[in-house]
Design a protein around this ligand. Structure first.
Ligand SMILES: Nc1ncnc2c1ncn2[C@@H]1O[C@H](COP(=O)(O)OP(=O)(O)OP(=O)(O)O)[C@@H](O)[C@H]1O
Ligand SMILES: [Mg+2]
Length: 413
């Protein structure tokens, strides 16, 4: 390892830490930069994967050419092929003009495919082709085009599992993984965590014009090193910012630290979303997280609707307990005759109510979301319903009922 080169790169990109794993990752990036080999960066969420492709590009022979970073997980499935490979005018509804696509635009340069594990299978096939032959076809075209793009990809999903589940092509994995770079988890980096805390404390003090940054006692430093940091550097950054802003004491003891990083990381609300995602090992990507939010939202909306309907009905009519409400949520009441207010001929101010069609449409799409959530939770927990229910924050009984409702039990057979 050329230590001085590694140190210089870390300074250049503001990378803090001196652990072996981190230095090794930067070193490999430097060594492969001048080649055109594909690189796959792996590591848990929040470990700092995104800086590596930049180091590779800036130190490569392509450094004067284009560099694009594409987050594969955030592009909708319907448009990802067109974003990556371009499309012809009129290729699909709404394709008013033609589009070059990243593979065309990055010709001669580097393309960073972040969250590559999220690519749909059809796109994976196209990607394999362009990696193997440099050839690709725009959506809606039959002309084969050529491009010369160096691919650096990153993922925080377990690729071996994704391959076993049939979600990721094995041949593509080997093609991308020509040079693997593993970013170590923060808990594997020893005293780097203390150095990073100091950096983030100084950054926050500067940003908010604080007279001095917070400092850790020796014992607090030890606590920081022992904490598992499921959300890695991103979580540490958030925690340091929170402490810097909220703590009236500027010398941070283990007791003060404990308010922000308790022994049981899972139960703590202040742990940021991204960290939580990892702690529960539940949500491998943003899409799933979104499903989860929609799932909870759907339950809340259903309950609210029932509550509102019951209140509008007044107290003179019999009220029955909603059979659909999961036991662990606050009990809401509804009246069967008020379930579809738009049907009521005497009702006033009906413009606020949905038409039955709207109601049905919304319910159908929300059902899809809910079904999807359940399928994913079952997959994640290898069919173990008790764990899946805990994952979804619903009772086992509710899960059983919903599995039946969506006919998922039949799919098992
Ligand atoms: N060694 C480091 N020194 C300074 N800052 C760092 C370091 N590692 C990570 N960071 C910072 O931590 C944050 C998270 O890093 P990054 O976005 O690269 O994570 P990631 O590995 O891509 O995570 P995900 O898989 O969730 O996308 C960023 O703000 C980044 O700048
Ligand atoms: Mg990232």
């Amino acid at each position: 390892m050329n230590t001085s080169d590694v140190q210089a790169q870390k300074r250049r990109y503001g990378i803090v830490g001196n652990s072996e794993g981190l230095n090794h990752a930067v070193d490999i990036a430097l060594q492969v930069a001048k080649t055109d080999l594909s690189v796959l960066i792996t590591g848990e969420s929040g470990v700092g994967k995104e800086i590596i492709p930049r180091i590779i590009h800036d130190n490569s022979l392509r450094k004067t050419k284009k560099y694009f970073a594409v987050n594969c997980g955030s592009i909708p499935e319907g448009t990802i092929d067109s974003e990556l490979f371009g499309h012809e005018k009129g290729a699909f509804t709404g394709a008013i003009g033609e589009r070059e696509g990243y593979f065309g635009a990055a010709n001669g340069g580097t393309l960073f495919l972040d969250e590559v594990g999220e690519l749909p299978l059809a796109t994976q096939a196209r990607l394999l082709r362009v990696l193997e032959s440099g050839e690709y076809i725009r959506v809606g075209s039959s002309d084969v085009r050529k491009t010369d793009v160096r691919i650096v990809a990153a993922t925080n999903v377990n690729m071996a599992q994704a391959i076993r589940d049939g979600r990721f092509r094995e041949d593509l994995f080997y093609r991308l993984n020509t040079i693997p770079i593993k970013m170590p988890a923060l808990r594997e980096r020893g005293s780097d965590v203390v150095l990073l805390f100091k950096k983030f404390a100084m950054d926050t003090a500067e940003k908010y014009n604080m007279p001095e940054p917070v400092e850790l006692t020796e014992a607090a430093q030890e606590k920081l090193k022992k904490y598992p940091w499921p959300g890695n550097v991103r979580q540490l950054k958030n925690v340091t910012e929170q402490i810097s802003i909220l703590s009236p004491d500027r010398t941070i003891t283990p007791e003060i630290l404990a308010e922000y990083i308790p022994d049981d990381p899972i139960s703590h609300d202040i742990v940021p979303l991204a960290a939580k995602r990892n702690e529960t090992h539940s949500f491998e990507n943003e899409r799933e997280l979104l499903y989860k939010i929609l799932f909870d939202l759907r339950n809340d909306v259903t309950e609210l609707k029932k509550l509102v309907h019951a209140q509008q009905a007044g107290n003179d009519m019999p009220v029955v307990q909603a059979p659909q409400v999961p036991a662990e949520r606050p009990v809401a009441y509804y009246r069967p005759d008020m379930a579809y207010p738009a049907h009521r001929s005497e009702s006033k101010g009906d413009e606020d109510f949905q038409t039955p069609e709207e109601y049905v449409e919304e319910t159908v799409s929300l059902n899809d979301v809910e079904r999807q959530m359940i399928v994913k939770a079952l997959e994640r927990n290898k069919g173990r319903r008790r764990k899946a229910a805990a994952d979804l924050h619903i009772s086992e009984r509710t899960l059983y009922r919903k599995i039946k409702e969506y006919g998922l039990d039949k799919e098992d057979e």
